[in-house]
Each structure stands twice: as C-alpha cells, then as structure tokens.
Design a protein around this ligand. Sequence first.
Ligand code: G3P
Length: 216
Amino acid sequence: MKFFVDTADTREIAELAETGLLDGVTTNPSLIHKSGRDFMEVTREICALVDGPVSAEVVALDHEGMMREAEVLRKIADNVCIKVPLTIDGLKTCRKLTGDGTMVNVTLCFSANQALLAAKAGATYISPFVGRHDDNGFDGMELISDIRLIYDNYAFATQILAASIRHPIHVLESAKIGADVATMPPAVIRSLFRHVLTDKGIEAFLADWAKTGQSI
Ligand code: G3P
C-alpha cells in the first residue's frame, strides 16, 4: 500500500520524505488555508520535495472553469495530480484530463456507485472519505470494501485512495481490504511507527548493553 501524507505543511512533508516511505502528497483548499501559504507557491515547493503525485484541487464548479484551473495547476510540475470533486462536471473534467495523460484524483466520494462512475471516467485515483463517512453514521471501511469488490469485478485500473483517515485502525483496515493508497495526516503516519513494547525493549537492551561496558 502506498503512503501519501495529507497536508500542505512543507516542514512535515520534508521530514516524512526523509524516511523514504512517503509515496505522495494530497492537499485540499482547507489544508492550503491552514498552511497560510500561497497556493501556487506551496504546491510548487511540495512537488519538489517528493517524486510521487501531489494532488492539487480545483475550485471551479463548472467543466470549463475546472479545465482552465487544471491548465494552470498542471504547469507547476510533472508530478501534479489534478483533484476534482465527484460531480458531473468533475467527472467530465476527469475524462478529458486523463485522456490527455494527466493524473486525476476524484475527491469527496461517499458511495460505491460514485466510485464506479469515477472509474468509468478514467480516474487515476478515487478518494473515499472514510472518517467523514464514519462521522455521519456510515461505515467508512464498508465503503472501501465495496469499491474494492467492484473495481476487481471489472479490472478497473483506478486506484483506491483511502482518505479522511483519522487513526491507525483506518490504515490497518484499509491495508487488509486492499486499498491501493492511504493518505494520512502526519500524526497518523508517525503513530504507525510507535509501539510501547518497542520502546520498552530498546530501553531494556540499552540498560543491559551499558552493563557490558562494551562499545561498537
Ligand atoms: O484530503 C481529503 C481528506 O483526507 C480530508 O480529511 O480529516 O478533513 O475529513 P478530513
């Protein structure tokens, strides 16, 4: 499973990229707002920090407007992935852009039928929002599972990008179901490394090593 980080904070992205485990970045207008940075400038910087896809979202609601914005965004770098909402205009834009060889991430997916439409429109990625689905009394993981089944039934190449991930269990379940990618806030990625028994084990080994009086 690929790991994307869901942030526009370049300091966090740079740190996580150093682990060698980061495969891409996703942003959205709320994350750009949170960064307090200029959209074009911060997106350019992020694209230089990672080799993998960097999702940058359009804000126009009509097809022509989305195409105009996508034209501006895709000039930033070769690894820009245009993010469009799951609407009729968004999917029209998706079909046009992927037809031209541009990566597209279809966002704000809350049903398996929407995911089916995105795959038919040639999306590179579909982003089901598991956390927001859970928040509203639906089962985010069931959504991922249904999409996996449908995509496998028809051998769709669209990659399932589990988004709106809130905790490590979302990551674990997504991996068990076979989501292609998980995009996570930096804190969730960091939490995956940690285990209390790992920390305790290191502490005990170091204490015993000190008693040997040796060095490597
Ligand atoms: O980038 C889309 C998605 O991951 C947003 O997550 O936590 O705002 O629901 P959240």
